[in-house]
Design a protein around this ligand. Structure first.
Ligand code: SAM
Length: 374
């Protein structure tokens, strides 16, 4: 299994209004985010719809993506938005790729200007990156025509409880035999935090969007049929618990560790737009909202080839890319920490190979398209 490079991730701590320092960098997230792209691809037509309906300014048309990570998926999204925008204006277009200051932006910058020219193949398209929490205003007032976010708003702005002693994710283990528990009281606190986060995100974007501007919010989540957290967090939890059993991780460290990510139902995503108590419902019109499921590349590949080693490698690398930074921070800062992290993900791979059917993974997602009202 290709290991992500050790190093800078270890020394970072989250900035205000963030609970992760970002994805595993140096190309690792880009190389292991094909499932996220499938979830984005499903709503690309929504971008065409949004751009067709948004006001095009006489000056610069600004398109902003929040939670861009290393940029491969963010740039591909912008390819679609830029070409839809180009059909409406010959004027300058700006693409803005925003993420945490602790995010590894280096691949993004390389990707935006291959061979010294805009990746968008258009000399009137200008790109920039912005570091900051997406729960804060990051761009000038009334300057953005289209704002998007993909697979990002599930990462909470804050940890609403100090510890989750029985499992490492607020949504709890899968119903098909996941190991662990989260109390109803704790789940309710996270559900509330997730709604407050949507409200904070919408408030920040409302300040940045022009009147009539569009906001596309897409994120992983839960439907009645599938939860995107199932499988991946069960196998990670079991792999960490194996290290508790072997004495390499203390029970206390396990109990204090959790991934501050929440997997919403569609109703939880749209609630702040519909309920005036969140203070943002009069800032937007809800154009459409939908939950959906996409196929997963490593499941498809396994169905074709039956290669369990490759399946386990791709499955683990996929969730390692978005869980590693938080796991590293949760472990005591010792010389052996990086090696311990490697062993935990290796153990997850071994568990998948030994018992693949215990950890099935499906990708459920949801999206809403909003218009900034006057
Ligand atoms: C799973 S990645 C999604 C990347 C890309 N949008 C995609 O769909 O492939 C989530 C991204 O959200 C970012 N993120 C998490 N919390 C954030 C916050 N509070 N503010 C800005 N970005 C945040 C992470 O750094 C990460 O790059």
């Amino acid at each position: 299994m290709r290991k992500p490079p050790a190093g800078p991730q270890d020394s970072k701590t989250p900035v205000p209004h963030a609970t992760t320092t970002g994805m595993t960098g140096q190309g690792f997230y880009d190389a292991n985010s094909a499932p996220q792209w499938r979830a984005i691809e499903a709503v690309l037509p929504w971008i065409d719809e949004a751009v067709a309906d948004m006001p095009v300014p006489s000056g610069v048309a600004s398109l902003a993506d929040f939670g861009c990570s290393e940029g491969r998926n963010s740039i591909a999204v912008m390819q679609r938005a830029v070409s839809a925008c180009r059909a409406r204006t010959g004027g300058p277009i700006q693409t803005l790729h925003c993420d945490l200051p602790t995010n590894d932006f280096s691949k993004l910058f390389l990707g935006l200007r291959p061979e010294g020219r805009s990746v968008f193949g258009d000399d009137a398209v200008f790109s920039a990156a912005v570091g900051g929490s997406m729960f804060d205003q990051l761009l000038p007032p009334r300057s953005v025509s289209l704002a998007t976010t993909f697979n990002a708003i599930g990462f909470l702005s804050t940890k609403p409880v100090p510890a989750l002693p029985g499992y490492l994710l607020p949504n709890g283990p899968s119903r098909r035999g996941g190991n662990g528990h989260v109390s109803d009281a704790d789940r309710a606190v996270f559900a509330r935090q997730a709604k407050d986060d949507v409200a904070a995100f919408l408030k920040a974007r409302a300040a940045e969007l022009v009147s009539g501007g569009k906001l596309l919010v897409q994120v992983f989540g839960c439907t009645d049929e599938a939860r995107t957290c199932d499988g991946i967090y069960d196998v990670l939890n079991d792999a960490v618990l194996d290290h508790v059993a072997s004495g390499e991780i203390t029970q206390q460290t396990y109990e204090a560790y959790y991934q501050p990510v929440y997997f919403r139902q569609l109703q939880e995503l749209v609630a702040p737009v519909q309920d005036s108590a969140f203070g943002v419902s009069d800032l937007y019109r809800l154009d459409r909202a939908e939950a959906y499921e996409v196929s997963v590349p490593f499941n498809d590949a396994f169905a074709q080839t039956g290669d369990l080693e490759v399946y386990a490698r791709d499955y683990v690398n996929f969730f390692r890319a978005f869980t590693e930074a938080v796991l590293v921070q949760a472990l005591p800062m010792t010389d052996g920490r990086a090696a311990l992290v490697d062993r935990i993900y290796d153990r997850a791979r071994d568990r998948l190979i030994a018992n693949k059917d215990q950890y099935p993974f499906r990708y459920a997602a949801m999206a809403m398209l909003l218009t900034r009202t006057a």
